[in-house]
Ligand binder design. Structure first.
Ligand SMILES: Nc1ncnc2c1ncn2[C@@H]1O[C@H](COP(=O)(O)OP(=O)(O)OP(=O)(O)O)[C@@H](O)[C@H]1O
Length: 240
C-alpha cells in the first residue's frame, strides 16, 4: 500500500429501490478508485452513471449496496466507510472529510460568516479567530462583503455555490469531496476556486472531484476515473 493512500474504493455499487414503483434503479456499479494525499482524482463520465452517488456513499449520505470504501486515517488505521457507525462517520465529517455538494441547506437566520465558519467552530477554534479566517476566504472568492452578514438562503445560484465552496474548504481536510464545484460559476470565479483547490492539494489533502469539463480535468487532475454506462463497466485511465 502506498504511504499516501487515503481512500480505496473496491467494487462499490449503489442501487436504489423505489417503493411506490417496486423498482430497482441502478446507480454506480463495480467502482474501483483510489485517492492519494496531495493528489487529485477526477471522476468523469456521462450524466446519470452514478458519480454523485459515489461521493455520497463515501460521505455516508447514501449506504453502499455492495463493496468497500477503505479510508486510511492519519494513524494508518483502516476504516470501511461502507460499514462504519453513524457516530464514527459524524466524527470523521468534523475532523477528516469535507464535502462540497451542489446544494446546501441553510438556516434562514444564520449569517454567511457563521455558516462558513461552522466547521472551524466544530473543531474548537476560537470564534473570533474562526470568523477572521472565514472573512479572508470570502474575500478571496470575491463574495461581496455586503452579503457576509446575511443568510445565504436568498443568494443567487453562483453566490450560494461560492458559500458551499468556502464552507467545504475553510479547513484542509485529509479528504475533500467536490461535486462539480465550478458548475454555476463565471470564468473568473471558477479560476479563483481552482486556485484554492490547488492550495488545498498542496497542503496534502486527497481530493476526489467530479468534473465534466475536459479542460479542467487536464488542468487539475492527477488521475482520472472515467465511468461509462455500458453495463456499468468503468474504464480508469491514469493521467500524467
Ligand atoms: N436518492 C435517490 N433515489 C433514487 N434514485 C436516485 C437517488 N439518487 C440518485 N439516483 C439515481 O441514480 C442514478 C445516478 O445518479 P447520480 O446523481 O449519482 O449520477 P451522476 O453521474 O452524478 O449524474 P450527473 O452527472 O447528471 O450529476 C440516476 O439514475 C439517479 O436518478
Amino acid at each position: 500500500m502506498s504511504n499516501n493512500l487515503v481512500l480505496k474504493i473496491e467494487n462499490l455499487s449503489k442501487t436504489f429501490f423505489l417503493h411506490e414503483q417496486q423498482k430497482f434503479i441502478p446507480s454506480a456499479e463495480n467502482i474501483f478508485l483510489e485517492a492519494f494525499s496531495g493528489k487529485i482524482t477526477a471522476i468523469t463520465g456521462e450524466s446519470g452513471v452514478g458519480k454523485s452517488s459515489i461521493l455520497k456513499c463515501v460521505y455516508g449520505t447514501y449506504l453502499a449496496s455492495e463493496g468497500s470504501i477503505f479510508y486510511y486515517t492519519k494513524d494508518k488505521e483502516c476504516l470501511d466507510l461502507a460499514t462504519v457507525s453513524e457516530q464514527e462517520m459524524m466524527r470523521l465529517r468534523k475532523t477528516d472529510i469535507s464535502f462540497v455538494t451542489q446544494f446546501l441547506n441553510y438556516l434562514p437566520r444564520k449569517s454567511t460568516i457563521d455558516v462558513v465558519a461552522k466547521p472551524l467552530f466544530d473543531l474548537g477554534m476560537d470564534q473570533k479567530e474562526a470568523r477572521e479566517k472565514t472573512k479572508h476566504l470570502l474575500a478571496e472568492i470575491k463574495l461581496p462583503e455586503r452579503l457576509w452578514n446575511l443568510s445565504p438562503s436568498t443568494f443567487s445560484g453562483g453566490e450560494k455555490q461560492r458559500v458551499n465552496i468556502a464552507r467545504g474548504m475553510i479547513f484542509s481536510p485529509r479528504l475533500l469531496l467536490l461535486d462539480e464545484p465550478t458548475a454555476s460559476l463565471d470564468k473568473t470565479s471558477a479560476e479563483r476556486v481552482m486556485k484554492i483547490i490547488e492550495r488545498i492539494k498542496a497542503s496534502g489533502t486527497a481530493i476526489l472531484i467530479i468534473l465534466h469539463d475536459p479542460n479542467l480535468v487536464a488542468q487539475l487532475a492527477d488521475f482520472e476515473v472515467y465511468l461509462s454506462s455500458e453495463n456499468g463497466q468503468i474504464i480508469s485511465k491514469v493521467l500524467s
